[in-house]
Design a protein around this ligand. Structure first.
Ligand code: CO8
Length: 262
């Protein structure tokens, strides 16, 4: 069996379980390689398929969420090797196939592929120590897993250009101001905050969570009218679920909703 490069854990009880994945190459600051991304992808798909799990959290160490793709692995690669092996597409974007919500809990460095990985998650919660950047330019390359596309959508062209062309890092406060992260919390509270958010998410109806995630993602991929139509159809469809009846009846009866499809 290959060396474990991630640690997995299931938190919670009954249908309110959270799948937690910790990137675990501490000596290399969680530098991402094919083996790690294979393990990460397999864990994500397994949690996504597990009916008892409602949400996932990906985290790293205190010092690094992930310091990027593994430079020592890439240093000698030739164009033909990268091209023929379809580096990145073949196993680096499995996260896109995950339907349940995924939270990135980021402490320390989230650079290059590490920043791109965080941006593929649905919510980024950052410790005050977090540092984000796309420093690939310093290595004579550019971001390759969506950095030049997702970063401008998250923070706008000006800051995305700045980060991509200068290779500088931005701290958690700047990342929050720019809209890359949804909250900044003290470092020692990072996992508590991420788990509290995950627990709240798990308590809702899964079909509505999936629909909300699909619709927000659509806002990045489709023109406004297409997105609005997509949202309206998803909204209408949720009236076919038992959980819509339960959610509204529970509100009117002033009791907590007991969703069936969690
Ligand atoms: N790859 C391999 N090893 C790394 C990486 C990396 N990206 N980052 C750090 N390490 C290793 C260091 O070589 C060092 O190893 P050793 O102890 O054996 O010398 C160890 O981790 C600790 O690192 P430092 O001593 O450098 O620690 P510092 O605290 O001084 O600095 C930094 C931390 C600032 C994070 C620094 O290590 C750094 O700049 N790292 C490189 C960051 C970088 O350039 N990232 C981009 C990589 S390219 C990329 O991500 C392309 C993405 C392509 C697609 C990805 C798909 C998801």
């Amino acid at each position: 069996m290959s060396e474990p490069l991630i640690l997995t854990q299931v938190r919670g009880e009954a249908a309110l379980k959270v799948g937690v994945i910790t990137l675990h190459r501490p000596k290399q600051l969680n530098a991402l390689n094919d083996a790690l991304m294979d393990q990460l992808g397999a864990a994500l798909l397994a949690f996504d398929a597990d009916e008892s799990i409602g949400c996932m959290v990906i985290t790293g160490s205190e010092k690094a969420f992930a310091a990027g793709a593994d430079i020592s692995a890439m240093a000698k690669w030739t164009y033909m090797e990268v091209y023929k092996s379809d580096f990145i597409t073949r196993n680096w974007e499995t996260l896109k196939r995950v339907r349940k919500p995924v939270i990135a809990a980021v402490s320390g460095f989230a650079l290059g592929g590490g920043c791109e990985l965080a941006m593929m998650c649905d919510i980024i919660i950052a410790a005050e120590t977090a540092k984000f950047g796309q420093p690939e330019i310093k290595l004579g390359i550019i971001p390759g897993a969506g950095g030049t596309q997702r970063l401008p959508r998250a923070v706008g062209k000006a800051k995305a250009m700045d980060l991509s062309l200068t290779g500088r890092m931005m701290d958690a406060a700047e990342a929050e101001r720019a809209g890359l992260v949804s909250r900044v919390v003290p470092a020692d509270k990072l996992l508590d905050e991420a788990f509290a958010a995950a627990d709240a998410i798990c308590s809702y109806s899964l079909p509505s969570l999936i629909a909300a995630k699909e619709c927000v993602n659509r806002a990045y991929e489709a023109p406004l009218n297409e997105g609005l139509l997509f949202e309206r159809r998803a909204f209408h469809a949720l009236f076919a679920t038992e959980d819509q009846k339960e959610g509204m009846e529970a509100f009117l009866a002033k009791r907590p909703a007991a969703f069936k499809h969690r």
